[in-house]
Design a binder for this molecule. Structure first.
Ligand SMILES: O=C(O)CCC(=O)C(=O)O
Length: 338
C-alpha cells in the first residue's frame, strides 16, 4: 500500500517536471532506483560554453543581442589611446592603411586643423598603441565566449563624434554591421565598443533595438537626410520603427559586446565635446568568406573596392573579400581560415 502511494507521488512530481521543461527534457529509467536525468532548461544559442559568463548574462545576450560589461578598460589605457589619436590627427604619427574620415558638414566647410575635423579613424591595426586595445586580455576573454579560441581582429575604429553642426550629420543611422562583412557565420562575430568618456543621450550614445540579432540581414543604403550623411554610413532601408529602443548610457571604460545583426546606431551629439569610443570587430578565424555578388551587400562592396583601389593606386579587380583578408589580424589561437 505504501509502495503504491510512493509511486503515485513520484508520478505526480514527474508530470509536474514534464509540464515545466517539456517532455524531451526528462527521461525516466525503469530501474529499481528510478533515475531521472534532468537537462538544464536553458540552452544558449549565441554564446559558447565558457567559465566566464553567468547563465543570466548568456540568457541576456541570447534575448537581446548585446551585453554591457562595466569598467573593463582602465582610465590610464584610455588616456593613452586619446594621446595616440591626437598624434595621428596632428600627423605626428603616420599609420599605414589607416582611413581618416571627416564629418560631411565639416569636410565641406573651410579647413579645420587637428581632430576637430576627424569624425572617425578606421583600420588602425598597424598602429601599435591603438591596436593594444584589440589584444587586451580582459576584452579577449569575453570575445572568446562568442567566437571561440581562434580570434581575428577584423575591423578597428576610434570614433570621435563631433558636436553637431546643426545639420544632424553627427547621427549614425540604424544599421547592422554584418552589412559590411563578407564572412560568416554571423554568430561567430562580435563587436567590442568601449566608451572613452561618459556617454549618454546628450552626446550621442549607442541606441540598440534589442532582439533584432535574431532576424536576417536587411538591405542597407544611404538614408535620405537633408543635412547630408557621412561616407559609408549606410542605414537599414526598412525596419519596424515601433520596436523598443534602448539607449546605452555608459561610463568611461565600460564595454558593450554586440552581435553583428543587432540593429543599432547613435544619436546626435548636442554637447560641445567630442564623444569618443574605441571599437574592434572580432571574428572566429574558423569563419569563411562568402560571395556578395547578387546580394544586398553588392552596394557596399562597390564602394569599399573603389576606395581601396584609389587608396592603393591599383586598377586590377579586387573583391570585398580581398580588402578584409588584408586587414584581418590574428589576436589569439590559430589563423585557421579567415
Ligand atoms: O560610435 C558610434 O556612434 C556608432 C558606431 C557604429 O555603430 C559603427 O561605426 O558601426
Amino acid at each position: 500500500m505504501e509502495d503504491a502511494a510512493a509511486a503515485a507521488r513520484l508520478d505526480t512530481i514527474l508530470r509536474h517536471l514534464c509540464s515545466r521543461t517539456g517532455t524531451a527534457a526528462l527521461t525516466t529509467f525503469p530501474t529499481s532506483a528510478q533515475i531521472a536525468s534532468f537537462k538544464h532548461p536553458l540552452e544558449f544559442h549565441y554564446t559558447l560554453d565558457n567559465n566566464l559568463l553567468t547563465p543570466e548574462q548568456r540568457q541576456f545576450y541570447d534575448e537581446n543581442g548585446y551585453l554591457l560589461i562595466k569598467n573593463l578598460v582602465s582610465g590610464e589605457d584610455i588616456e593613452r589611446f586619446r594621446n595616440e589619436f591626437a598624434k595621428i590627427c596632428k600627423k605626428e604619427v603616420q599609420v599605414p592603411g589607416l582611413i581618416i574620415m571627416r564629418d560631411v558638414a565639416i569636410a565641406k566647410s573651410e579647413f579645420v586643423p587637428d581632430q576637430k575635423a576627424v569624425t572617425k579613424i578606421q583600420d588602425f591595426q598597424e598602429d601599435e598603441e591603438l591596436f593594444r586595445y584589440c589584444t587586451m586580455p580582459q576584452i579577449l576573454k569575453y570575445v572568446e565566449c562568442f567566437t571561440g579560441p581562434n580570434i581575428m581582429a577584423m575591423h578597428t575604429m576610434l570614433i570621435n563624434k563631433p558636436p553637431d553642426s546643426g545639420k544632424k550629420s553627427s547621427r549614425h543611422p540604424m544599421h547592422q554591421d554584418l552589412h559590411y562583412f563578407p564572412f560568416r557565420p554571423a554568430d561567430l562575430i562580435v563587436c567590442a565598443w568601449t566608451a572613452m568618456e561618459p556617454i549618454d543621450r546628450s552626446n550621442g550614445c549607442l541606441v540598440v533595438l534589442p532582439g533584432t540579432h535574431k532576424g536576417s540581414l536587411k538591405p542597407h543604403d544611404y538614408p535620405d537626410w537633408e543635412g547630408g550623411v557621412n561616407k559609408m554610413y549606410h542605414g537599414v532601408r526598412d525596419y519596424n520603427k515601433n520596436l523598443p529602443r534602448v539607449h546605452l548610457v555608459m561610463e568611461k571604460g565600460d564595454t558593450v559586446f554586440f552581435h553583428p545583426l543587432l540593429i543599432h546606431g547613435s544619436g546626435m551629439n548636442r554637447t560641445q565635446g567630442f564623444r569618443k569610443a574605441i571599437s574592434c570587430h572580432y571574428a572566429s578565424a574558423d569563419c569563411h568568406y562568402i560571395e556578395v555578388k547578387g546580394t544586398s551587400q553588392e552596394n557596399i562592396e562597390k564602394e569599399v573596392v573603389e576606395i581601396a583601389q584609389r587608396k592603393h593606386g591599383v586598377s586590377t579587380p579586387i573583391t570585398l573579400k580581398d580588402t578584409w583578408m588584408i586587414r584581418g589580424r590574428l589576436v589569439k589561437g590559430e589563423r585557421t581560415n579567415l
